[in-house]
Design a protein around this ligand. Structure first.
Ligand code: GLN
Length: 485
């Protein structure tokens, strides 16, 4: 194993024992970035200088005996989280040169742990997409097969962790954007409960769904990052004032007596047989480890989740994206005779096709005469979906599903077919609609391509899903496999 492939907990032990310095570790990650980036293209910005400065500072702190589990360890931040003094583009032409004057709360929290920020990760424009092909800058490639997508929208974050360009990354998840790329790149990705992590400084996409979470090499690392970023923030009114437990305490590898349900609606039509087979094997493993499995759970409203999501998310997006008018910040088209023309041209040239499609869908769904038929109806169905999860969790500690119905698809394969693209999130979208937490962990391969397993929990039961995921990783080694690149 080489230095850039260390997990957070491994690197921490070496840093603490002074067998490794943060500067050495940071240089190893930066070296790896320069080696593989021409092929993977996961980073929008590489912050070499800042990283080395932060690494030096971390080494000074460590020398003085001041070390946290994340001190001195490189992290990559998805480019929709504000970083003071460093460009935050959302992979959009609209924000191509936007330098935020403040840090997102998660970035502040990581800085308080003296981490090393090595760069900003590529994504689908404004987090709208499932493949990073909607990035206005460039497409990220899957390190397991460079002709395939890494998933999205946090595709840069996931690909960079898989390719060992960073020790871990942060992503955001509105309808699957942490878990689906985690599944596609064979890394561990957690979407916490809605309200668990502050979104202050996260560029808003769909505010009732957005949540920030970690992408890591294993569950232990995931728990360590969650420890650092979770918690109440008075600057985000949706964050909840619950105490943050130590998420590493639940990693006992003992899941005896836990009740796990397998909702049959998630084994959708069109699912690849290899995915279904890998899933059955993974669930059998959980049974071997002592969990009680019920294979016949039904969540009958599941098929409506996709439609509900594609009403609610675009509606909220159309409101959130109204702020990009070319006046306050971001791209501004000056070649116009009137204010209205300038605004129209700014939005016409600044936004990509998918973002415009979402704004139009959302504006339509919210407009007078259609509001009741679309937006209000979607909200009602959302309540039903939520209640269905509540009922299931009266019986089960967790639910298990595939993360995605297929292995990573080819770059270009679905770009002209939005519906096909939207379908790659069928297993992850309902989780955001219900607001519950879920984790994706590596659960096998089909012809060398990764397959992810999703474990879903009750609101604020991150400990339970981390526990199950950890037990699975203790008994398997899918998460240890690295792509040959
Ligand atoms: N792929 C979904 C979409 O395009 C989810 C995106 C996300 O979670 N940010 O909206």
């Amino acid at each position: 194993m080489t230095m850039h492939q260390l997990t957070i907990h491994e690197a921490h032990e070496l840093l603490k024992a002074k067998q490794l310095s943060s500067v050495e570790l940071t240089k190893a990650s930066l070296g790896r970035i320069h080696q593989v980036e021409p092929e993977v293209r996961a980073l929008v910005t590489i912050t070499d200088e800042l990283a080395l400065k932060q690494a030096q500072k971390a080494d000074e702190l460590i020398a003085a005996g001041d070390i946290s589990p994340l001190t001195g360890i490189p992290v990559l931040i998805k480019d929709n989280m504000c970083t003071k003094g460093t460009k935050t583009t959302c992979s959009s032409k609209m924000l191509e040169n936007f330098v935020p004057p403040y840090n997102a709360t998660v970035v502040e929290k990581l800085n308080a742990c003296s981490v090393v920020i090595i760069g900003k990760a590529n994504m689908d424009e404004f987090a709208m997409g499932s493949s990073t092909e909607n990035s206005a800058l460039f497409t990220t490639h899957n390190p397991w097969d460079l002709s395939r997508v890494p998933g999205g929208s946090s595709g840069g974050s996931a690909a960079a962790v898989a390719a060992s360009e960073t020790i871990y990354a942060l992503g955001s998840d509105t309808g699957g954007s942490i878990r689906q790329p985690a599944g596609f790149c064979s890394v561990t990705g957690l979407k916490p409960t809605y309200g668990r992590v502050s979104r202050y400084g996260l560029v808003a996409f769909a505010s009732s769904l957005d949540q920030i979470g970690p992408l890591t090499q294993d569950v232990t690392d995931c728990a360590l990052v969650l420890n650092a970023i979770a918690g109440y923030d008075p600057r985000d009114s949706t964050s909840v004032p619950y105490p943050t437990p130590d998420y590493t305490q639940c990693l006992t590898a003992n899941i005896k007596g836990l009740h796990i349900g397998v909702p049959k609606e998630y084994f959708v039509e069109g699912m690849q047989t290899e995915v279904a087979t890998a899933m059955r094997a993974a669930i059998n493993k959980l049974e071997e480890l002592g969990a009680t499995i019920d294979w016949e759970v039904s969540l009958p409203h599941t098929p409506y989740a996709l439609a509900v999501y594609y009403i609610i998310a675009p509606s909220e997006a159309s409101a959130n994206l109204a702020r990009y008018d070319g006046v306050k910040y971001g791209y501004s088209c000056q070649d116009a005779d009137s204010m209205w023309e300038a605004m129209e041209k700014t939005r016409q040239h600044g936004f990509g096709a998918e973002v415009k499609r979402r704004i139009m869908l959302g504006t339509y769904a919210l407009s007078a005469g259609y509001y009741d038929a679309y937006y209000l109806k979607a909200q009602k169905v959302r309540t039903l979906i939520r209640q269905e999860f509540d009922q299931a969790f009266e019986k089960f500690d967790a639910l298990v599903t595939p993360t995605s119905p297929t292995v990573p698809f080819k770059i270009g394969e679905r770009v002209d077919d939005p519906l096909q693209m939207y379908l790659s999130d069928v297993c992850t979208l309902p989780i955001n609609i219900a607001g519950v937490p879920a984790i994706s962990i590596p659960a096998g391969f089909a012809n060398g391509l990764p397959i992810g397993m999703q474990i879903i929990g009750k609101p604020f039961s991150e400990e339970t899903i981390l526990k199950i995921a950890h037990a699975y990783q203790q008994a398997t080694d899918w998460h240890k496999k690295k792509p040959e690149i």
